[in-house]
Design a protein around this ligand. Structure first.
Ligand SMILES: Cc1cc2nc3c(=O)[nH]c(=O)nc-3n(C[C@H](O)[C@H](O)[C@H](O)COP(=O)(O)O)c2cc1C
Length: 174
């Protein structure tokens, strides 16, 4: 991997405070483009992305996500959905229960990294009621909302990144 990618990976950290500055449509499209090029099992691309900028809908998502207020304050929330049946058609239960989630997670991480590369702050949000998120956006049954990504221009002086477990603790060469 090029040094630039490693730098972006290390620079990314969760941002939960945003300025009011909107995010341009062209930048949002670049984030979705990054998502689109994520790997997926069998290249089935079992995902769908709702880009939510409407304040009332962002508020609805905030309430659905245990009232985490930064979600309503973020100018953009991308709701990442998996499409289990698309993966199941080729891969059965493993597609339905595992691959579509892994694929959607890879797409989500691509969004976070592209946002970082574009100077945006972002936070992956997993703590939400699927039912409520479905209701907010009218998500059809074949889609499974699996992640919210709150993003925007970071407010000055925002949070520090937490540390990590050591390589020695999490890896072994065999
Ligand atoms: C699957 C998943 C779910 C998460 N859910 C939330 C969440 O609901 N609210 C939140 O503030 N952060 C959430 N996070 C962000 C993590 O708290 C954060 O990534 C972690 O503390 C490491 O910090 P960093 O992202 O700054 O490196 C989530 C991250 C992941 C990967």
């Amino acid at each position: 991997m090029a040094a630039g990618a490693i730098e972006v990976i290390k620079r990314r950290s969760s941002v939960r405070q945003f300025s009011k500055e909107p995010v341009s449509r062209s930048v949002i499209e670049q984030l979705l483009e990054a998502a689109r090029w994520a790997p997926s099992a069998g290249n089935l691309q079992p995902w769908f992305f709702y880009v939510v900028t409407d304040p009332a809908l962002r508020r609805c998502l905030m309430l659905a996500a245990l009232k985490q207020e930064f979600i309503a304050a973020a100018p953009v929330v991308i709701v990442v959905c998996a499409e289990p049946a698309r993966s199941a058609r080729f891969y059965g239960e493993r597609g339905r229960e595992l691959y579509c989630l892994q694929d959607s997670a890879a797409a989500t991480q691509n969004i976070l990294l592209a946002a970082t590369a574009k100077g945006l702050g972002s936070c992956w949000v997993g703590a939400f009621s699927e039912h409520q998120v479905r209701q907010c956006l009218g998500i059809p049954p074949e889609l499974w909302p699996v992640a919210l990504v709150a993003l925007g221009h970071p407010a000055p002086g925002t949070e520090k990144r937490p540390g990590r477990r050591s390589l020695a603790e999490i890896s072994r060469y065999l």
